[in-house]
Design a protein around this ligand. Structure first.
Ligand code: PGA
Length: 262
């Protein structure tokens, strides 16, 4: 695991955006060999997407040969709902860069057959050669995508019921009205994320510090699903100072020293 501690959320977000941009550039994607990127929604990635858009506008980055797979989607929101993750992604990233519509993948949560839809999504990732980099945020309760505490650490794409804590946290996107937040979602599984060749996690704010502590110092446990990333050979965790508050000073200093020397 690589942990990059940075002073504040802005610095951490810019760092992640530049890291992703660098990975895409170095990969030199083509139509036949696209860069496959897993993407999150939520508050955390917003400044990352803003910086990626800026890099695109400056001509430093192209998404023409990037294939995206979003992590999850609420069940029960009509297509085009302002809080659907599809709407979010178009607003914050896809409509502002040169992504090709056919390269954008979402889970269709309005399908009649969710199980078949989840299988289709897994197959689509596999057909395009697997995910090169999965970028994700962190839930306060340690969820990753919508894999809530208690999720199987080998789970694949499926339906999940959100915890009351996640519904409460996400109510901020629904005028603070918890009853408007969908209670179920389709989400990639922990196993799906572990299949990516690299996982990049951005955690900002003190509300994420316990989850970061469990990720970095805790034991692997399905009650903190993101701790499964300890089993991944290439996990990169980028944090602001607030998100590192629950780490031991010793742990933090160790990772800081590595970054200073690299
Ligand atoms: P947030 O959500 O970025 O809005 O805090 C993260 C998550 O729930 O994974």
């Amino acid at each position: 695991m690589r942990l990059v501690p940075l002073p504040d959320a802005q610095a951490a977000s810019i760092w992640v955006a530049h890291y992703i941009a660098g990975r895409i550039q170095r990969f030199q994607p083509t139509k036949d060999r696209p860069f496959v990127l897993g993407l999150p929604t939520g508050g955390t990635p917003v400044p990352v997407y803003a910086e990626l858009v800026r890099l695109y506008r400056e001509g430093k980055l192209s998404f023409a040969h990037v294939v995206s797979f979003n992590m999850d989607e609420y069940i029960g929101l009509p297509t085009g709902h302002p809080q659907s993750y599809r709407t979010f992604m178009h607003e914050h990233l896809f409509d502002q860069v040169d992504m090709l519509p056919e390269n954008i993948n979402f889970l269709d949560s309005n399908t009649e057959d969710p199980q078949q839809e989840c299988a289709r999504y897994e197959q689509a990732m596999s057909d395009v050669g697997g995910v090169e980099l999965f970028f994700g945020g962190v839930g306060r309760d340690g969820h990753i995508a919508f894999n809530e505490p208690g999720s199987s650490l080998s789970s694949r794409t499926r339906i999940k019921t959100l915890t009351p804590g996640t519904i409460q946290a996400n109510a901020r996107f629904f005028d603070q009205e918890e009853e408007l937040v969908p209670v179920r979602a389709l989400t990639v599984g922990v196993g799906t994320i572990l299949d990516a060749r690299e996982v990049v996690i951005l955690a900002t704010g003190s509300q994420k510090s316990l989850a970061v502590e469990r990720l970095v110092e805790g034991a692997v446990s399905h009650m903190w699903p993101l701790s499964a990333l300890q089993l991944h050979p290439k996990t990169l965790v980028v944090c602001d100072e607030d998100a590192t508050m629950d780490l031991k000073v010793r742990t933090l200093r160790y990772f800081q020293k590595i970054e200073e020397e690299s």
